[in-house]
Design a protein around this ligand. Structure first.
Ligand code: C2E
Ligand code: CA
Ligand code: CA
Length: 254
């Protein structure tokens, strides 16, 4: 069935301060016989009916949490970020499954980060507020994905229990050539730190972007400059290849 072919890629998240790998983000992939691996962005219609609803979500959750447990058992002290759609939050059985899996694989909840896009919050704030509070009470971390693109109002930042701001890659990719994009990124870092949040930059593709983000005090990052999303075997081999889980060797990016 389709469920058996749907799979996950993993993209590393690193710390700008230490150069350490601090986590992985699970990203869904649909292998297509002619087109190769398809991103969720290309199967949005199907995704609404499949990956975003119960059996697929639960199956992907099992796969991801099992992988996290396996990395932990191999000695990699990393966290795992999962992308949730609105439907996932409003289905109690998905949340139930999530906690069942953490228990089954003996994974501490604080290693799990759930990402929700800022735009999803724009129309559903009250629908998710209670469940997000519940998740945070249980020590699961909450990240706002695509920060800066979804909402004109920031009121959710004091109404919701947020732990992480994930600044959209559009700002990262423009920041070295557009001073407004850089200013927005600096403000996001300041705002995040004022609120005691971790600030993540996504879409870091160049050394120049990397250096600038490090300079302005961004906490963590992801992007092709360090690593692309990889199938699980490759992701594991990549982790193994990083001595002491550092992305830099003495000579530079390794
Ligand atoms: P996202 O959560 O914002 O994920 C980041 C996207 O940026 C990923 O696209 C990733 O492959 C891509 N990316 C990473 N580094 C770079 C870079 O340096 N440069 C550029 N240009 N792109 C980079 P992907 O994997 O195609 O996923 C697209 C979106 O689909 C995700 O955006 C997320 O919103 C959604 N998605 C992925 N997996 C799942 C899932 O399991 N469940 C749900 N509900 N949504 C998912
Ligand atoms: Ca994400
Ligand atoms: Ca994003």
């Amino acid at each position: 069935s389709d469920k058996d072919t749907l799979t996950l890629n993993y993209q590393p998240k690193f710390s700008f301060a230490t150069g350490q790998i601090v986590g992985m983000e699970a990203l869904a992939r649909w292998p297509h016989p002619e087109l190769g691996m398809i991103s969720p962005l290309q199967f949005t219609g199907i995704a609404e009916k499949t990956l975003l609803i119960n059996p697929y979500t639960k199956w992907l959750l099992r796969k991801a949490i099992k992988q996290l447990a396996s990395w932990r058992n191999q000695g990699y002290p990393i966290a795992l970020a999962l992308n949730f759609s609105m439907k996932n939050f409003t289905d109690p059985s998905v949340i139930e499954t999530l906690f069942g899996l953490l228990k089954e694989f003996n994974v501490p909840p604080e290693l799990l980060e759930i990402e929700i896009t800022e735009s999803a919050l724009s129309t559903n704030l009250s629908a998710v507020a209670d469940i997000l509070r519940y998740l945070q009470e249980k020590r699961i971390r909450i990240a706002i994905d695509d920060f800066g693109t979804g909402l004109s109002s920031l009121n959710y930042l004091f109404e919701l229990p947020v732990d992480v701001l994930k600044v959209d890659k559009i700002f990262v990719q423009s920041m070295t050539t557009n001073s407004a994009a850089e200013a927005i990124l600096r403000s996001a870092v300041t705002l995040g730190h004022e609120l005691n949040l971790e600030v993540v930059a996504e879409g870091v593709e160049t050394e120049e972007q990397y250096n600038l983000l490090k300079k302005i005090g961004c906490d963590t990052g992801q992007g092709y400059f360090i690593a692309r999303p990889m199938p699980e075997e490759l992701a594991t081999a990549w982790l193994e290849s990083k001595k002491s889980h550092l992305i830099f060797s003495k000579t530079g990016v390794s």
